[in-house]
Design a protein around this ligand. Structure first.
Ligand SMILES: Cc1cc2nc3c(=O)[nH]c(=O)nc-3n(C[C@H](O)[C@H](O)[C@H](O)COP(=O)(O)OP(=O)(O)OC[C@H]3O[C@@H](n4cnc5c(N)ncnc54)[C@H](O)[C@@H]3O)c2cc1C
Length: 324
């Protein structure tokens, strides 16, 4: 059985760094002089749930709209398509994997209800989830096209209050200008930079939700917590959640803080941690280590350069969803 460690603690600042672009006027799509005609009425930076909703609404109202979206690869080199966190690595794949776990439970129960299910059952969940996500990526592109919203797969940063510089994966630069610019760049999960091996060998996501469906699809899953589960939430509800998970096989290591991760010759990961209750060091061997220690807002280069888009026409946009 594969083993999975989900680690929950608070760490220092995240891992992602923006390359400073060198955009100058004169490249393709060069912006018009300040005060002159802009390329677009509205430019949205970030093609996630918030950015896409905003762009589509504005286009519906007859505005000339563009969206820029660019996914900075994770330390493991993972990228994904249009649609942002929810579609690619958040709500949608999570719900599909929960559903896969629930269906697995039902298949196991089915014979008690008179169903004969052929054994062994094959699980091709990862491929099915990826295919569904790709269909959503494509659907979002089509929806933008249908509404005449121009899509640029570029990483945007501010040049001035009406102009952004976009850089493609291959380094090609484009200047885009707009009367109004919306920042809808979301956030990315953090890696602990002080723990040896954390970003080389770890991946990221959310803790208890992932641990729940990973246990549900039959993986031996351990959640390591520095303090208490779901800190900041109603602790009576939190206990109900963790007791339910424990009764289904999820293991919880409370009061433990990981100190290093080493890759073993066979490819598995050896995690070493400090157990604050016993004062001893613990170790365990896992196939995968997933960090769930919070998120950092995605930064736009201009902020680092000292150009602060903190006055109109900048608007930041947040994602609101119908819930989990
Ligand atoms: C595992 C998991 C499960 C979740 N489940 C739920 C749920 O059930 N219900 C719920 O409501 N929420 C859920 N969420 C949260 C939800 O996914 C996010 O709140 C939501 O996706 C945020 O949307 P956004 O548009 O603000 O940002 P994002 O979706 O993150 O989109 C921002 C986009 O902008 C891009 N970008 C960033 N900087 C630039 C730049 N400079 N130039 C161009 N592009 C840029 C990013 O790469 C990204 O594609 C979940 C999240 C996770 C991780």
């Amino acid at each position: 059985m594969a083993a999975m460690a989900v680690v929950v603690l608070r760490g220092p600042r995240g891992h992602f760094r923006w390359r400073v672009p060198t955009c100058t006027r004169g490249v393709r799509g060069a912006a018009s002089p300040a005060g002159g005609q802009q390329d677009f009425d509205l430019l949205v930076i970030g093609g996630g749930s918030g950015g896409l909703a905003c762009a589509k609404e504005a286009a519906q109202l007859g505005k000339k709209v563009a969206v820029t979206d660019y996914v900075e690869p994770s330390p493991q080199g993972t990228r994904w398509g249009l649609g942002g966190t929810c579609v690619n690595v958040g709500c949608i794949p999570k719900k599909l994997m929960h559903q896969a776990a629930l269906l697995g439970d039902m298949i196991r129960d089915a014979h008690h209800y008179g169903w004969e299910v052929a054994q062994p059952v094959q699980n091709k969940m990862a491929e099915a989830v990826q295919n569904h996500v790709k269909s959503l990526n494509w659907g979002h592109r089509v929806q933008l096209q249908d509404r005449k919203v121009k899509y640029f797969n570029i990483k945007a940063s501010f040049v001035d209050k009406h102009t952004v510089c976009g850089v493609t994966k291959s380094g090609k630069e484009t200047l885009l200008s707009a009367d109004h610019i919306v920042i809808a760049t979301g956030g990315r999960p953090k890696y602990p930079t002080h723990i040896e091996g954390a970003s080389e060998y770890g991946i990221t996501n959310v803790a208890l939700e992932c641990a729940g469906f990973l246990t549900g699809i039959g993986l031996d899953t351990t959640v390591m917590m520095r303090s208490i589960p779901l800190r900041g939430f109603d602790q009576q509800m939190s206990s109900l959640v963790t007791e339910h998970m424990e009764s289904h096989g999820t293991r919880f290591l409370k009061g433990c803080v990981p100190s290093r991760i080493e890759k073993l010759p066979a490819g598995q990961l050896q995690v070493t941690w400090d157990d604050h209750a016993s004062g001893k060091e613990g170790t365990g061997i896992f196939d995968t280590v997933l960090w769930a220690i919070g998120k950092d807002a995605q930064n736009l280069v201009s902020l680092e350069q000292g150009y602060s888009p903190s006055f109109p026409p900048f608007i930041s946009w947040v994602h609101h969803s119908a819930g989990s």
